[in-house]
Write a new protein. Structure first.
Lengths: 283, 314
């Protein structure tokens, strides 16, 4: 029961991250490996400002900071290289490393503790669940339903879905690809930042967490299929459950966390190279 | 990807190669101090590493984002063989190169199923599995502390320097020999148009796997040399930074030639050493430099590399 509830809350938290990445990738076909940096920048700015401006304003402020960062990176760098995905990967990976080194420069590389938004814990069916996890689940569910509403019920959402389905035709009917692309990049980064502020109090904050986030995002895309937000969410359930199982069953299995993501990814790539919900294409 | 845009392979002129070789061979004579020789040795090792990446990516067109798997893997394999099994250094290095070649051979199989961005993702992830193992079996691999206290190379810097020179010369010679042979034509064919290559009877999978194995072998031996030269290794050798560093080196120098990666490795290594005092911001400088280079001169910094042809989308 412990395992089940842990994994369930974990998959909801991870869902935010994976959905953000799947959205960016689906709309613009850009493998933005800086995604982990938005996640990390969100967490660090929350860490910086939660004392001075309070927890809730700090939350919104750090989401804004992550959005601005994403806008800048996409507008001035990645959008220029969008025709060549491999170049995008090279550039964004080196940018991500640069950002993480910059953060290491200012904050040092030691572990940091971020206070949760909501202290304490609660007993659910005999399992002790920290309030933060509960809060994270609620926030995640509401953010994801907002996202669903935005994508399915608004005009902009329609434009985004059109871009995912068929970029050229979408452009023909007057959707501006760059504007939509930047909007989506901001939304994705915002989700990442929100996810990080939910997740980081449960784990720890180091300049290396971008790697975790980007691996999760990868796994979501690979398992769920390119451009499928629902698929990414489902993938996170798989990931969270296997991660929790591994860390419960193998002593010191925490070291294998990243390896677990990778192994799941590789297996899926071998069995179904276009993911479980992706369209078949010569990607 | 820049790989696909090179219309022709930049020919490595013999005069340039010979000139570089002469300058390098006389290096202990003109090097101002031992520190400089030390940097040169590391530059040589990185040049071999860059050549191995170039062989796979520049010539065969199979992108690898996880070459640290072979570099770090070679380092760890050689060190473990030397420290725990007592193999002498040259034997341990050879064995670890063979292990890395075998690893490349085995990893080549899953890599056949994916291409383009997915291949990049998959290779990106491989070193992380290795890091997981290094961290888990802390008793052997020493976790974050890494391993030290194993045999180094010879104690003389000049002898080490010539050993690294032999390594780099043989790597360049091997690469040029491969590229100018029939195999070179075949792998470049695979890079430029895989379907066409297959239709004229090229066993594409066989050659791809061969190149993975060969590239792994070369990267493995450079990693082993690096480990025995520095006399201590940490899991940083397996980190993403290491995989990206080699990409930066090759892009700085220019893809798909033998001189390009070598020069790129020298430029980056010297920058590395002189920027030692601002260690934390090094990568930032590289990233910015890389972006500027990709904007302005995607064919690499060297003046004689040909212009890159019209961009194809996708």
């Amino acid at each position: 029961m412990d395992i089940f509830i842990f994994a369930l809350t974990l998959s909801l938290m991870y869902g935010l991250i994976a959905a953000g990445f799947a959205l960016i990738l689906g709309t613009s076909r850009i493998f933005d490996l800086c995604f982990g940096s938005y996640y990390m920048v969100g967490a660090y700015s929350y860490f910086l400002c939660h004392d001075t401006v309070g927890k809730i304003p700090g939350l919104f402020l750090s989401i804004c900071i992550a959005c601005i960062l994403a806008w800048l990176i996409h507008r001035f760098i990645l959008y220029k290289f969008r025709e060549t995905p491999i170049v995008v990967m090279v550039v964004s990976t080196s940018l991500a490393i640069a950002i993480s080194e910059g953060i290491m420069f200012f904050f040092g590389s030691e572990y940091m503790y971020v206070p949760p938004l909501w202290d304490g814990s609660l007993d659910v069916f005999g399992a002790s669940i920290a309030h933060q996890r509960l809060l994270a689940s609620v926030v995640s569910i509401s953010a994801l339903s907002l996202l669903w509403f935005y994508l399915n019920k608004t005009k902009q959402g329609l434009a985004i879905r059109a871009l995912i389905q068929h970029p050229e035709v979408a452009e023909l009917v007057g959707i501006r690809p760059r504007r939509m692309h930047l909007t989506v990049a901001c939304i994705g980064a915002g989700l990442a930042a929100l996810g990080s502020i939910m997740v980081v109090p449960v784990f720890t904050l180091t300049p290396h967490i971008w790697l975790d986030a980007i691996l999760l995002a990868f796994a979501g895309v690979v398992v769920g299929g390119m451009g499928s937000v629902g698929g990414a969410l489902l993938a996170m359930v798989v990931i969270a459950f296997s991660e929790t199982l591994v860390s419960f069953l193998i002593p010191e299995g925490g070291f294998f966390r990243q390896a677990v993501y990778v192994i799941i990814m590789v297996i899926v790539l071998l069995v179904r190279p276009y993911g479980f919900f992706g369209k078949k294409e010569g990607g | 990807m820049p790989v696909a845009h090179l219309k022709e392979v930049p020919k490595d002129s013999r005069i340039q190669l010979l000139a570089i070789l002469t300058v390098l061979a006389a290096a202990p004579l003109w090097a101002p101090n031992l520190w400089f020789v030390r940097i040169l040795i590391i530059a040589n090792v990185f040049a071999v590493y860059a050549l191995s990446w170039n062989l796979l990516v520049g010539y065969t067109g199979q992108i690898s984002f996880g070459h640290a798997f072979f570099f770090g893997g070679g380092a760890y394999a050689s060190v473990v063989l030397n420290k725990y099994l007592g193999l002498p250094v040259p034997l341990a290095m050879t064995a670890s190169a063979l292990i890395c070649g075998l690893a490349g051979f085995l990893l080549g199989y899953p890599c056949l199923r994916v291409r383009g961005v997915y291949l990049a993702l998959m290779t990106w992830a491989f070193p992380l599995i290795l890091i997981g193992f290094v961290m888990y079996f802390g008793a052997i691999f020493g976790r974050e502390m890494g391993i030290s206290g194993y045999d180094g190379l010879s104690s003389s810097y000049v002898a080490n320097y010539y050993a690294s020179l032999v390594l780099i010369v043989s790597a360049v010679a091997l690469e040029i020999a491969i590229v100018q042979s029939r195999y070179g034509l075949i792998i470049r064919g695979i890079r430029d148009n895989e379907i066409l290559a297959e239709s004229v009877g090229v066993h594409v999978s066989k050659f791809k796997i061969m190149m993975f194995a060969l590239s792994g072998l070369i990267a493995g031996i450079s990693g082993a040399f690096y480990a025995h030269f520095l006399k201590s290794i940490t899991p940083e050798l397996l980190a993403v930074d290491m995989s990206i560093l080699v990409i930066i080196m090759v892009i700085v120098g220019g893809l798909g030639s033998a001189i390009g990666p070598v020069m790129g490795a020298f430029i980056v290594t010297f920058l590395n050493s002189y920027l030692l005092y601002i260690n934390e911001l090094r990568m930032m400088i590289y990233a910015l430099a890389l972006i500027v280079i990709l904007f302005l001169r995607p064919q690499g910094l060297l003046p004689w590399t040909p212009k890159i042809g019209a961009r194809r989308s996708g």
